[in-house]
Design a protein around this ligand. Structure first.
Ligand SMILES: C[S@@+](CC[C@H](N)C(=O)[O-])C[C@H]1O[C@@H](n2cnc3c(N)ncnc32)[C@H](O)[C@@H]1O
Length: 275
């Protein structure tokens, strides 16, 4: 009897660790996505972001980092319910476009609703962040908040983020710290190790900023000078087919690549690259 009770408790603890504490991170991207799909309608209410903090820590500094570029382009990896696009698009000093990528379709639906007032300046892609479907040196800034540890290969995603960042561009990400980080071996690392990883990717001016109880904000720059681009950049001209890497052309409600792969643009404007 006692043996059964211990086995039951152990199974309960294991499930709690796998599904609640680590949000499915060790069970693969399908489970992570399924959990975020379920949580999407309540996500912002659970998180309870303070607009003042969002402005102070995210919106204003990012907008300032991009101030010298006319019509800047920012990529938000694992954009979720559109927290970062929202606070950035609210900045009067920011006149650019945000591309958000996420693998949870329902999180993206929330993001589309929240950012609807800026519909012409936000693009939401339903896509796994492990491979970012853009050429090298595309974005003036790349962000990824509270998400790297849920990716199957956080280091690979980080490399992809640096690849698509332009020389002189800003990388903004988070490193999970505190008690919770200890429950995610192999997915989180101490601050100094995280900095070493960024330096190994040739990033410079790395700055770790204490932010929330369980996350530091980490800022870094790709070596070089961020120059204004030579011509206007349209997101659909920049996008590459996630299946074969070739450029895509846009029709009213879909995108098609040279090899004939077609991706729908849904009613809510989300580009369904994983469909
Ligand atoms: C904790 S939320 C953070 C969302 C947003 N960055 C924020 O700060 O509110 C983590 C997000 O990562 C997304 N995600 C997890 N694995 C992913 C993957 N492989 N590709 C793209 N998005 C992923 C989830 O769907 C979820 O929206």
């Amino acid at each position: 009897m006692i043996g059964w009770l211990i086995a039951l408790l152990a199974a309960g603890a294991l499930l709690y660790w796998l599904l609640i504490l680590t949000e499915g991170a060790y069970l693969g991207r399908r489970v992570v996505t399924w959990l975020y799909d379920r949580a999407a309608p309540l996500y912002d209410r659970i998180k309870g972001y303070e607009p003042e903090y969002e402005f102070h820590f995210l919106g204003r500094p990012l907008s300032r980092a991009l101030a010298t570029i006319p019509d800047p382009l920012l990529l938000d990896v694992a954009t979720g319910t559109g927290r970062l696009p929202h606070v950035l698009l609210e900045q009067t000093g920011f006149r650019g476009t945000v591309v958000g990528v996420d693998l949870s379709r329902r999180m993206l639906a929330q993001a589309a609703a929240v950012t609807a007032p800026w519909a012409g300046r936000i693009v939401l892609l339903w896509q796994d962040a492990t491979v970012l479907p853009f050429p090298d040196d595309t974005f003036d800034a790349v962000a990824c908040l509270e998400a790297l540890e849920f990716m199957p290969h956080p280091d690979r995603t980080l490399r992809e983020m640096v690849r698509v960042l332009r020389a002189g561009g800003t990388l903004l990400t988070t490193n999970r710290v505190g008690e919770d980080a200890r429950w995610m071996p192999g997915r989180t690392c101490p601050s100094d190790e995280f900095e070493r990883k960024l330096r190994a990717l040739s990033l410079e001016m790395i700055r770790v900023q204490p932010w929330q109880e369980d996350y530091d904000l980490v800022w870094a720059t790709k070596p070089g000078v961020l120059r204004p681009p030579r011509r206007p950049r349209r997101w659909d001209e920049l996008l590459r087919c996630p299946r074969c890497g070739s450029p895509v052309t846009r029709q009213a409600r879909s995108l098609t690549c040279a090899q004939g792969h077609t991706f729908p643009i849904a009613e809510d404007g989300i580009v369904e690259l994983t469909r």
